[in-house]
Design a protein around this ligand. Structure first.
Ligand code: ATP
Ligand code: MG
Length: 346
């Protein structure tokens, strides 16, 4: 059931002229939870389908414990797949849906029943076993799809945006469920999502993709605190990405905003991008280092906090998340602590 290492060796996939995935290089260890993260069209599903064997590669190879598997058909790889749209059989009961793969593999009846019972128990659907998919909620259908994948005891579980059809509360519940199953069953999981929060919460390692190219591979902590470039930063919640000019080694200027005490190796002069999170901007008491006056334009209510969009003197928007009560039209002095600002190449 398990393996030591799945090596994805410079895997590429083109559709005609368009290269959807370029030279993906990644080694997944048995037991790991890896998330492929990126916006629509960046190549996440392409990567997953290449792993599953649903798409042939146009370059590179895939090795499972040193043995090539990219030439094997999907059913010979021993992987389980959970699709975004569940892909359940509508005319089969929950039980038969889950048993389907085992029946196809001619697993003996007693063994089959035992494994189906266990899978249904794990996803907490025992009481719904005789229902049909149309009689289930979205979250229950999603659990059937997961049960159907894990009942085969796959050595690798591939999930393509499995929670995207669920409402916010159910997404959170199923997210913990997926992590729990991963841990309890000792699965190895590759999970595709465009939701950075989901990826950070679930994965041991993130792979951030853009236009088919890997931007960064790292632990949630690494990618969150040290994004490799402005693109990853934007994706990780650094919503303020301001064009600036590096004036001295540690000062950047732009938008009528001077940010002091900032240092970034290799970027000492010329144009750059200063990145910081809305939650790192505070309302200042008095003029001082790294303060700027901006006009509040939009205020959104988020319970304890407000999401504020203000206009900087240079015309760029400033995104702020604050517990201070602000109103449109307010002229406010904001502050960004120097240690919270990252500077990237433009
Ligand atoms: N069968 C296909 N034929 C032609 N182009 C394709 C095909 N499948 C994907 N592409 C293209 O390859 C690129 C990557 O697609 P992919 O489905 O991997 O994106 P994704 O990251 O999964 O996006 P989403 O979040 O929207 O599902 C896109 O530009 C897409 O248009
Ligand atoms: Mg996709």
């Amino acid at each position: 059931m398990s393996f030591a290492e799945l090596h994805i060796d410079r895997v590429s996939r083109a559709f005609g002229e368009h290269i959807a995935l370029r030279d993906l290089e990644l080694t997944i260890k048995g037991g790991e939870f890896v998330a492929l993260l990126g916006p629509s069209g960046c190549g996440k599903s392409t990567a997953l389908n290449c792993l599953a064997g649903l798409l042939p590669l146009t370059g590179g190879q895939i090795l499972l414990d040193g043995r090539r598997i990219d030439t094997l058909p999907p059913e010979k790889r021993g992987f389980g797949m959970v699709f975004q749209n569940y892909a359940l059989f509508p005319h089969m009961s929950v039980r038969r849906n889950v048993a389907f793969g085992l029946s196809m593999r001619k697993v003996a009846r007693a063994e089959r029943e035992r494994r189906v019972d266990e899978a249904l128990r794990l996803v907490q659907l025992t009481d719904h076993a005789t229902k049909f998919p149309a009689q289930l909620s979205g979250g229950q259908q999603q659990r059937v799809a997961i049960a159907r994948a894990i009942v085969l005891e796959p050595r690798l579980v591939l999930m393509d945006e499995p929670l995207s059809n669920l409402d916010a509360a159910l997404r959170l519940e199923m997210r913990s469920e997926i992590r729990r199953l991963h841990q309890t069953l000792g699965l190895t999981t590759v999970y595709v999502t465009h939701d950075q929060e989901e990826a950070l919460a679930l994965a041991d390692r993130l792979v951030v993709l853009r236009d088919g190219l890997v931007q960064q591979i790292g632990s949630p902590e690494e990618v969150y605190a040290h994004p490799a470039n402005r693109y990853v930063a934007g994706f990780m919640g650094y919503r303020n990405l301001l064009p600036v000019t590096m004036s001295t080694q540690d000062t950047v200027v732009g938008n009528g905003f001077t940010l002091a005490g900032i240092n970034r190796d290799g970027l000492t002069e010329g144009g750059a991008v200063a990145a910081f999170r809305p939650t790192d901007v505070t309302v200042a008491d008095a003029d001082g280092e790294n303060t700027v006056r901006a006009a509040v334009e939009i205020v959104e209510y988020h319970g304890r906090e407000q999401a504020v969009e203000a206009r900087l003197p240079g015309g760029e928007p400033l995104h702020v998340r604050t517990e201070s009560r602000l109103a449109p039209g307010d002229e406010v002095l904001f502050h960004v602590p120097r240690e919270r600002v990252l500077v990237f190449a433009p």
